[in-house]
Design a binder for this molecule. Sequence first.
Ligand code: C2E
Ligand code: MG
Ligand code: MG
Length: 944
Amino acid sequence: VNRAEELLPPDEQARLEVCAQEPIHVPGSIQAHGVLLAVDLSTLEILQLSANVVQVFGASPGSLLGRHLAELVGASCTQALVAVLNGHPEASNPVAVQVAGRWWDAVAHVTDGLGILELEASPVTPEPATSGPHALVPALHAALDELARAASIDELRAEAARQVRRLTGFERVMVYHFHPDGHGEVVAEDRAKGAASYLNLHYPASDIPQQARAIAVRQLSRFILAGEEASPLVPATHPRTGAPLDLSCSQLRSVSSHHLEFMRNMGLRSSMSLSLVARGELVGMISCGDRELRHTPYLVRRSCEVLAQQLALRTAALAETDRLTRALEGRRTRTSLVEQMIGRDDAAAALTDGAVTLLDVLEADGAVVCLDQRLMSVGTPPPTAEVSALAERWLADADADALSPLVSDALSYDVPHLAEVVPSAAGAVLVPFGGDGDYLAWFRREVTQTVDWVGDQSADNRPTPLSPRHSFDLWRQTVSGRSLPWDEVAVQEAVELRRDIDTVLLRRAEARLAHLGLHDALTGLPNRRLLTDRLAHALERHARGAPVAVLFVDLDRFKLVNDSFGHDVGDQLVIKAGHRLQHVTRGADTVARLGGDEFLVLCEDTDTAGADLLAERIIDAFQQPFSVDGRELRVTASVGVTTAQAHHTPADLLREADGAMYLAKGRGRNRVSRFEAGMRYQALRRLDTEQALRAGFARGELTVHYQSIVDLADGATRGVEALLRWERPGHGLVSPDEFIPLAEDTGLIVPVGAWVLDEALRQLHSWKREGTVSRDFYVSVNLSPRQLVDQGLVETTRRLLLEHSAAAAELVFEITETTLMSERSMMTDAVSALADSGVSLSIDDFGTGYSSLAYLRYLPVRQLKVDRSFVRGLPGDRRDAALVAAVVGLAHQFGMTCVAEGVENENQLGYLRRLGCDMAQGYHLRRPLPAAAWARAAACPEPS
Ligand code: C2E
Ligand code: MG
Ligand code: MG
């Protein structure tokens, strides 16, 4: 955006354009305070000259044309001048020329194949060496020394003004700095006493038109005496080519009438301007003015050029140093911000409320970061709605590259269609990043600024729009709708910051990915991959003598929770179980999730005793219910423990721990098993077993055995308990304790359970038909908790009863006490529904589940089965005896019958009978037998 267009009145632009057209390099005349000769470079014949040559040579222009140069200035001067024209390294301007007893400074240069010689009166004689031109050298050295002492740009400029005035004697010396729009500002001055100060005043760009600036880059000084009429060139054009003579590099080039008018209006008769050129660009000027004619010899001007060059060079160097310093500071600020971002999860907050904020990167009234559609701010930016609207428009702008920053200190001029949505800000820097609508933004309020111009810029102050100003009285312009300008270096840093943020976010995403690769997505715990690594590492340490223990933890009946309450609840439970494990382990232990409800705890520097202790702690920790989704869930854990041995691989450790855990399941869950050497790996492999069971079920490897339930009063067999068996090829008869937990955990128990029911009812029916058993004979079938929550259970039961022409009263379902207690909330509905269907319910393994006796009263239960662990101690163990007596009493009190399990001898039997226990079951009475064998045995008299 060309600020000149807005800052300056409309005429200024037109003036700039018209002035730029003026052919100031070929004015066809020179200033009359010197004379000009143009010579053919090879013949040294005079081809063109200024009309005022008579002043110097006492001869008319016409008489001198065509003459040889030597005829005018003598042979030795000609030789010196030719050396300059040929660019001889030791030749230098000016050449002192004596004509008719007067000394002249002859300055030579080449233009368009012509040698141009310009003669100005020399103020001093070239001899002796202590005066004249040589006297300037110490003066210049002193000036350069002074300049070298200046430490800042401001000091440099002030010193330069002072030294130029000292060398030249001009009334006023000003240093201009050109702004990007081309207008100049007086940044330093040195002036005669009584002269008004122009410091900090602004000059319009049209005061120095474009082509004048172009010439100024090549010709470093321009000296004007506005005293006499210009002297035309004779002939007006080159006699051979007819071209006008290019006076760009001429010392005496005459001045445009506009400029002369300008000088007149300013009250100046002499002026000298010195170019400040940095990197080939005109960045400023030193401008000298005087109300008197102030002849300034060529050598003085040259000295001033040298000073000006020094000023330009050192200013540029200092500016660059300053820029680098600020960039360095900016980078430090950015680094701090990045560190803050790395240290915090919330990157947006790290940018806005840390020790270092966005406002340290770029000074503003307020700053905003929008990250993932979330806006956070620092300072006082415009209201969120305005900020978002601005960003939305900028990012949506079809012309704007999606990621190009918006930088403006005058939104209403630069981007009016955006400015209307942010009335609260005048300036903004908006840096999009990431490409997802994220951005950083800084805002500044409007600050009304004043610019003091040298002379009113309005039309009233000019005869015509193109004329220079009449009056150069100070004219104050008020600029509104702008904020303070943004510092370019800081803006650069702000833009750089987006790369930093992108990098941090990318790293973070990578880290997240890496984390995901090694961690379980649900619990955030290490996954199998990371665990395997750690196991390997632990085994290396083990090789150097550090004991290593591994605990395999599996939740009991997790499948039940999943199936009853849905996977969300199941997931929550797994997360909480993970937390609980972390809570009971040490920080140095690794708690990993292997999948499903399986966890593994790796403990380094832990021996067998330590591992056992931890395992017990885990079992204890799981006695407390989990609260998930407003429910209290009691889920216990089975733990398998193993310790590292010399030959172990990570896979060995996992397999052994898994095997031990499976053993714990088999032994009744909610307990710890240790891996023991000699355990059959194959038999312990859960996966193997699970697949084999599934296949075995399909192939008919499952059978049902029956065990008599005998009435203690008369010794009659009242019913049988159906007990599942697996005739696993190569393994013999596998006990249900070994595979039912697995079938439960996998859900296979549902079809298997239905099959057992079907089988038992069919058997009962055929025995009744055959007369093997009496009419009121019943079959008792074990129900797993997983079956109890199965929606189809009641329906299946009803259907099978019907199919096998059995009455509901001929079927008893056994549900273990632990099941009823631990999953009470889940079970109540199922139990009631079953009871409603007329099937009797029996509480199996009674005495192990710590039932609340009050609860028992409300259960629609007909039978209690005393767990065999209490029967075993009878009659000697007084505590067992007391317990069994209490259970019998309790059962009768609630109108239930009582069955004693596991009766293995006559003593037990007799004792139970005396206690008044109703029925008994056990090897002493009859072992569980296949149907046919049971029927054969039943035909024989019962062993009393
Ligand atoms: P349970 O329901 O408590 O079954 C009684 C267990 O005690 C049976 O073990 C039986 O063989 C055993 N037993 C009987 N008399 C004696 C004795 O005098 N001494 C000893 N030490 N044990 C005796 P089994 O058949 O190995 O079954 C174990 C458990 O597996 C059962 O315990 C039951 O909870 C479960 N189960 C068996 N069949 C099924 C089934 O079809 N479905 C379900 N869900 N669970 C079943
Ligand atoms: Mg049972
Ligand atoms: Mg039992």
